[in-house]
Design a binder for this molecule. Sequence first.
Ligand code: TA6
Length: 306
Amino acid sequence: MTFPNQFTPMTPALSEDLKIPFELWFLEMAPGFPTIRVSNAHASATIALHGAHVMDYIPRDQQPVLYTSPETHLREGKAIRGGIPICWPWFSAHPTNPALPSHGFARNRFWQLTHTKSTPEYTELIFELDTKSIEELGHDCSVTATIRVGAELEVSLTTTNLGENDFTVGGALHSYFQISNISSISVNGLDQTAFIDTLTDKTHTQTGSIQFDSEYDTIYTDTAAETIIHDPGFNRDIHITKKGSLTTVVWNPWIDKAKAMADLPDGDYTEFLCIEPTNALDDVYSLKTNESHTLSTCIRVEDLSL
Ligand code: TA6
Protein backbone atom coordinates (compact mmCIF):
# COMPACT_ATOMS: atom_id res chain seq x y z
CA MET A 1 0.00 0.00 0.00
CA THR A 2 1.42 3.42 -0.87
CA PHE A 3 0.19 6.27 1.31
CA PRO A 4 -1.04 9.43 -0.47
CA ASN A 5 1.67 12.07 -0.27
CA GLN A 6 -0.36 14.37 1.96
CA PHE A 7 0.61 12.12 4.88
CA THR A 8 3.88 12.83 6.62
CA PRO A 9 6.86 10.81 5.29
CA MET A 10 7.11 9.58 8.89
CA THR A 11 4.32 7.15 8.06
CA PRO A 12 5.94 3.77 8.64
CA ALA A 13 5.68 1.74 5.48
CA LEU A 14 4.27 -1.75 5.49
CA SER A 15 5.98 -4.04 3.00
CA GLU A 16 3.58 -5.18 0.29
CA ASP A 17 5.04 -8.69 0.30
CA LEU A 18 3.74 -9.22 3.85
CA LYS A 19 0.13 -9.13 2.64
CA ILE A 20 -1.71 -12.45 2.35
CA PRO A 21 -4.43 -12.41 -0.31
CA PHE A 22 -7.94 -12.46 1.17
CA GLU A 23 -6.49 -12.97 4.68
CA LEU A 24 -4.19 -10.12 5.67
CA TRP A 25 -4.17 -6.59 4.31
CA PHE A 26 -3.39 -3.03 5.36
CA LEU A 27 -5.72 -0.21 6.29
CA GLU A 28 -4.93 3.35 7.35
CA MET A 29 -7.26 3.93 10.31
CA ALA A 30 -6.17 7.59 10.52
CA PRO A 31 -3.60 9.61 8.53
CA GLY A 32 -0.19 8.12 9.27
CA PHE A 33 -1.68 5.36 11.46
CA PRO A 34 -1.49 2.06 9.58
CA THR A 35 -3.25 -1.04 10.84
CA ILE A 36 -3.28 -4.63 9.67
CA ARG A 37 -6.59 -6.42 9.12
CA VAL A 38 -6.75 -10.21 9.46
CA SER A 39 -9.72 -12.35 8.47
CA ASN A 40 -9.57 -16.15 8.34
CA ALA A 41 -11.88 -19.12 8.84
CA HIS A 42 -11.64 -18.79 12.62
CA ALA A 43 -11.73 -15.07 13.44
CA SER A 44 -11.00 -11.52 12.39
CA ALA A 45 -8.68 -9.01 14.06
CA THR A 46 -7.20 -5.55 13.69
CA ILE A 47 -3.61 -4.91 14.79
CA ALA A 48 -2.11 -1.41 14.79
CA LEU A 49 1.52 -1.00 13.78
CA HIS A 50 1.65 1.47 16.67
CA GLY A 51 2.44 -0.59 19.73
CA ALA A 52 2.01 -3.87 17.79
CA HIS A 53 -1.37 -3.32 19.36
CA VAL A 54 -4.21 -5.82 18.91
CA MET A 55 -7.24 -3.52 18.71
CA ASP A 56 -9.98 -6.06 18.16
CA TYR A 57 -10.45 -9.80 17.98
CA ILE A 58 -13.73 -11.41 16.89
CA PRO A 59 -13.97 -15.21 16.67
CA ARG A 60 -16.55 -16.42 14.13
CA ASP A 61 -20.13 -16.38 15.58
CA GLN A 62 -18.99 -14.41 18.64
CA GLN A 63 -19.27 -10.87 20.02
CA PRO A 64 -16.03 -8.84 19.96
CA VAL A 65 -13.72 -10.18 22.69
CA LEU A 66 -11.69 -7.00 23.23
CA TYR A 67 -12.92 -3.52 24.11
CA THR A 68 -11.46 -0.48 22.36
CA SER A 69 -12.62 3.02 23.24
CA PRO A 70 -14.46 4.88 20.47
CA GLU A 71 -12.62 7.98 21.76
CA THR A 72 -9.14 6.49 21.61
CA HIS A 73 -6.33 8.61 20.16
CA LEU A 74 -4.84 7.25 16.95
CA ARG A 75 -1.52 9.10 16.82
CA GLU A 76 2.14 8.39 17.45
CA GLY A 77 3.17 8.75 21.07
CA LYS A 78 -0.19 8.02 22.68
CA ALA A 79 -1.22 4.47 23.57
CA ILE A 80 -4.48 3.19 22.09
CA ARG A 81 -7.14 2.93 24.81
CA GLY A 82 -8.29 -0.66 24.75
CA GLY A 83 -7.35 -3.85 22.94
CA ILE A 84 -4.07 -5.31 24.22
CA PRO A 85 -1.52 -2.58 25.07
CA ILE A 86 2.00 -4.02 25.34
CA CYS A 87 3.58 -2.64 28.51
CA TRP A 88 7.38 -3.04 28.26
CA PRO A 89 10.05 -3.11 29.71
CA TRP A 90 8.16 -2.32 32.95
CA PHE A 91 4.62 -2.34 34.30
CA SER A 92 3.04 0.85 35.73
CA ALA A 93 5.44 3.57 36.96
CA HIS A 94 9.20 3.07 36.39
CA PRO A 95 10.65 1.70 39.63
CA THR A 96 13.17 4.52 40.13
CA ASN A 97 12.67 7.25 37.52
CA PRO A 98 9.21 8.94 37.58
CA ALA A 99 10.13 10.94 34.47
CA LEU A 100 9.93 7.78 32.33
CA PRO A 101 6.55 6.83 30.81
CA SER A 102 4.14 4.71 32.84
CA HIS A 103 3.96 1.19 31.37
CA GLY A 104 7.21 1.75 29.44
CA PHE A 105 7.97 2.63 25.83
CA ALA A 106 6.51 -0.16 23.67
CA ARG A 107 2.86 0.94 23.47
CA ASN A 108 3.70 4.54 22.51
CA ARG A 109 5.60 4.04 19.25
CA PHE A 110 5.54 2.30 15.91
CA TRP A 111 6.88 -1.21 15.60
CA GLN A 112 7.93 -2.94 12.38
CA LEU A 113 5.96 -5.81 10.90
CA THR A 114 8.66 -8.30 9.88
CA HIS A 115 6.87 -11.60 9.13
CA THR A 116 3.40 -12.88 8.29
CA LYS A 117 2.31 -16.49 7.82
CA SER A 118 -0.92 -18.33 7.06
CA THR A 119 -1.61 -21.80 8.49
CA PRO A 120 -4.89 -23.80 8.59
CA GLU A 121 -5.17 -22.98 12.33
CA TYR A 122 -4.14 -19.30 12.49
CA THR A 123 -2.68 -16.23 10.82
CA GLU A 124 0.67 -15.29 12.39
CA LEU A 125 2.24 -11.84 12.52
CA ILE A 126 5.65 -10.99 13.99
CA PHE A 127 6.54 -7.42 14.97
CA GLU A 128 9.88 -6.01 16.12
CA LEU A 129 10.56 -2.82 18.05
CA ASP A 130 13.53 -0.69 17.02
CA THR A 131 14.97 -0.56 20.53
CA LYS A 132 18.10 1.26 19.35
CA SER A 133 15.93 4.31 18.59
CA ILE A 134 14.82 4.55 22.25
CA GLU A 135 17.52 6.70 23.87
CA GLU A 136 16.04 6.45 27.39
CA LEU A 137 16.19 2.65 27.20
CA GLY A 138 19.96 2.68 27.60
CA HIS A 139 20.42 -1.01 26.87
CA ASP A 140 21.12 -3.23 23.87
CA CYS A 141 18.21 -5.65 23.67
CA SER A 142 15.62 -6.92 21.23
CA VAL A 143 11.89 -7.35 21.70
CA THR A 144 9.47 -9.11 19.36
CA ALA A 145 5.72 -9.57 19.51
CA THR A 146 4.25 -12.70 17.91
CA ILE A 147 0.49 -12.63 17.36
CA ARG A 148 -1.55 -15.64 16.22
CA VAL A 149 -5.16 -15.02 15.22
CA GLY A 150 -7.24 -18.21 15.19
CA ALA A 151 -10.00 -19.86 17.20
CA GLU A 152 -7.82 -18.56 20.06
CA LEU A 153 -5.77 -15.38 20.18
CA GLU A 154 -2.15 -15.76 21.23
CA VAL A 155 0.19 -12.86 21.98
CA SER A 156 3.82 -13.54 22.94
CA LEU A 157 6.41 -10.92 23.88
CA THR A 158 10.04 -12.06 23.80
CA THR A 159 12.89 -9.94 25.16
CA THR A 160 16.55 -10.86 24.56
CA ASN A 161 19.50 -9.17 26.26
CA LEU A 162 22.07 -8.34 23.55
CA GLY A 163 24.28 -6.26 25.84
CA GLU A 164 27.15 -7.16 28.15
CA ASN A 165 25.36 -6.08 31.36
CA ASP A 166 22.34 -7.76 32.94
CA PHE A 167 19.00 -6.36 31.77
CA THR A 168 15.89 -6.48 33.99
CA VAL A 169 12.63 -6.86 32.12
CA GLY A 170 9.04 -6.57 33.39
CA GLY A 171 5.83 -5.57 31.65
CA ALA A 172 2.29 -6.70 30.95
CA LEU A 173 -0.18 -7.69 28.23
CA HIS A 174 -2.76 -5.18 29.40
CA SER A 175 -5.86 -6.74 27.81
CA TYR A 176 -9.21 -4.91 27.83
CA PHE A 177 -12.05 -7.47 27.60
CA GLN A 178 -15.47 -6.58 26.21
CA ILE A 179 -18.17 -7.58 28.72
CA SER A 180 -21.95 -7.24 28.88
CA ASN A 181 -21.90 -5.27 32.16
CA ILE A 182 -19.30 -4.90 34.93
CA SER A 183 -22.02 -5.45 37.54
CA SER A 184 -23.15 -8.79 36.13
CA ILE A 185 -19.87 -10.58 35.43
CA SER A 186 -17.57 -12.46 37.79
CA VAL A 187 -13.94 -13.58 37.60
CA ASN A 188 -12.89 -17.10 38.57
CA GLY A 189 -9.53 -18.85 38.88
CA LEU A 190 -7.89 -16.69 41.54
CA ASP A 191 -9.50 -18.23 44.63
CA GLN A 192 -7.04 -18.44 47.61
CA THR A 193 -4.54 -16.23 45.74
CA ALA A 194 -2.75 -13.43 47.57
CA PHE A 195 -3.20 -9.96 46.13
CA ILE A 196 -2.13 -6.37 46.68
CA ASP A 197 -4.94 -3.83 46.46
CA THR A 198 -3.03 -0.93 44.84
CA LEU A 199 -5.73 1.50 45.98
CA THR A 200 -4.91 0.82 49.64
CA ASP A 201 -1.54 -0.96 49.35
CA LYS A 202 -2.97 -3.66 51.59
CA THR A 203 -2.43 -7.38 50.99
CA HIS A 204 -5.30 -9.87 51.16
CA THR A 205 -6.19 -13.38 49.99
CA GLN A 206 -8.92 -13.84 47.41
CA THR A 207 -11.87 -15.94 48.54
CA GLY A 208 -14.05 -17.31 45.76
CA SER A 209 -14.84 -15.39 42.59
CA ILE A 210 -14.38 -11.64 42.08
CA GLN A 211 -17.38 -9.32 41.61
CA PHE A 212 -17.25 -5.58 41.00
CA ASP A 213 -19.06 -2.66 42.66
CA SER A 214 -16.34 0.02 42.72
CA GLU A 215 -12.90 0.89 41.31
CA TYR A 216 -10.73 -2.21 41.25
CA ASP A 217 -6.95 -2.15 40.74
CA THR A 218 -5.31 -5.27 42.09
CA ILE A 219 -2.15 -7.31 41.52
CA TYR A 220 -2.57 -11.05 42.18
CA THR A 221 0.80 -12.53 43.15
CA ASP A 222 2.57 -15.86 42.82
CA THR A 223 0.00 -17.23 40.39
CA ALA A 224 0.32 -18.89 37.00
CA ALA A 225 -3.40 -19.66 37.02
CA GLU A 226 -5.90 -19.41 34.20
CA THR A 227 -8.35 -16.57 34.78
CA ILE A 228 -11.95 -16.86 33.55
CA ILE A 229 -14.40 -14.00 32.99
CA HIS A 230 -17.88 -15.47 33.45
CA ASP A 231 -20.31 -13.30 31.47
CA PRO A 232 -23.95 -14.47 31.67
CA GLY A 233 -25.06 -11.39 29.74
CA PHE A 234 -23.08 -12.49 26.67
CA ASN A 235 -23.64 -16.16 27.55
CA ARG A 236 -19.90 -16.85 27.44
CA ASP A 237 -16.78 -17.45 29.49
CA ILE A 238 -13.52 -15.85 28.37
CA HIS A 239 -10.53 -18.04 29.31
CA ILE A 240 -7.23 -16.24 29.77
CA THR A 241 -4.13 -18.40 30.19
CA LYS A 242 -0.56 -17.15 30.40
CA LYS A 243 3.09 -18.26 30.41
CA GLY A 244 6.14 -16.49 31.80
CA SER A 245 4.10 -14.59 34.36
CA LEU A 246 3.39 -15.02 38.08
CA THR A 247 1.43 -11.80 38.57
CA THR A 248 -2.04 -11.05 37.18
CA VAL A 249 -3.55 -7.55 37.30
CA VAL A 250 -7.32 -7.02 37.43
CA TRP A 251 -8.49 -3.47 36.74
CA ASN A 252 -11.65 -1.46 36.25
CA PRO A 253 -11.54 2.34 36.68
CA TRP A 254 -15.22 2.65 37.72
CA ILE A 255 -17.07 5.98 37.54
CA ASP A 256 -14.69 8.71 38.73
CA LYS A 257 -11.50 7.41 37.09
CA ALA A 258 -13.42 6.80 33.85
CA LYS A 259 -14.67 10.40 33.89
CA ALA A 260 -11.06 11.59 34.30
CA MET A 261 -9.89 9.68 31.21
CA ALA A 262 -10.20 11.89 28.09
CA ASP A 263 -9.96 8.91 25.74
CA LEU A 264 -12.79 6.92 27.35
CA PRO A 265 -16.55 7.71 27.27
CA ASP A 266 -17.70 8.25 30.87
CA GLY A 267 -20.10 5.29 30.91
CA ASP A 268 -17.85 2.80 29.15
CA TYR A 269 -16.32 1.51 32.38
CA THR A 270 -19.36 -0.80 32.49
CA GLU A 271 -18.32 -2.43 29.22
CA PHE A 272 -14.78 -3.62 29.92
CA LEU A 273 -12.57 -5.37 32.43
CA CYS A 274 -8.79 -5.63 32.22
CA ILE A 275 -7.19 -9.01 33.02
CA GLU A 276 -3.45 -8.54 32.55
CA PRO A 277 -0.80 -11.27 32.47
CA THR A 278 2.03 -9.29 34.01
CA ASN A 279 5.66 -9.28 35.16
CA ALA A 280 5.52 -6.86 38.08
CA LEU A 281 6.81 -6.45 41.69
CA ASP A 282 9.24 -9.35 42.30
CA ASP A 283 8.06 -11.14 39.16
CA VAL A 284 10.60 -9.44 36.88
CA TYR A 285 13.48 -11.14 35.06
CA SER A 286 17.17 -10.21 35.21
CA LEU A 287 18.54 -11.41 31.87
CA LYS A 288 22.23 -12.14 31.37
CA THR A 289 23.83 -11.65 27.93
CA ASN A 290 21.89 -13.57 25.26
CA GLU A 291 19.25 -14.74 27.75
CA SER A 292 15.58 -14.28 26.78
CA HIS A 293 12.22 -14.06 28.55
CA THR A 294 8.81 -14.60 26.96
CA LEU A 295 5.57 -13.28 28.45
CA SER A 296 2.57 -14.72 26.62
CA THR A 297 -1.19 -15.01 26.83
CA CYS A 298 -3.80 -17.15 25.11
CA ILE A 299 -7.43 -15.97 24.95
CA ARG A 300 -10.28 -18.38 24.23
CA VAL A 301 -14.05 -17.88 24.24
CA GLU A 302 -16.34 -20.64 25.54
CA ASP A 303 -19.88 -20.21 24.18
CA LEU A 304 -22.23 -21.19 27.04
CA SER A 305 -25.22 -21.44 24.73
CA LEU A 306 -23.88 -24.52 22.99
O1 TA6 B 1 -3.16 -2.01 34.91
C1 TA6 B 1 -3.84 -1.15 35.76
C2 TA6 B 1 -3.24 0.24 35.61
O2 TA6 B 1 -1.92 0.27 36.09
C3 TA6 B 1 -4.15 1.21 36.35
O3 TA6 B 1 -3.55 1.68 37.55
C4 TA6 B 1 -4.39 2.33 35.32
O4 TA6 B 1 -3.37 3.29 35.41
C5 TA6 B 1 -4.33 1.52 34.04
O5 TA6 B 1 -3.21 0.67 34.23
C6 TA6 B 1 -4.29 2.31 32.76
O6 TA6 B 1 -3.09 3.01 32.64
P1 TA6 B 1 -2.94 4.04 31.40
O7 TA6 B 1 -1.55 4.58 31.51
O8 TA6 B 1 -3.16 3.24 30.15
O9 TA6 B 1 -4.03 5.05 31.59
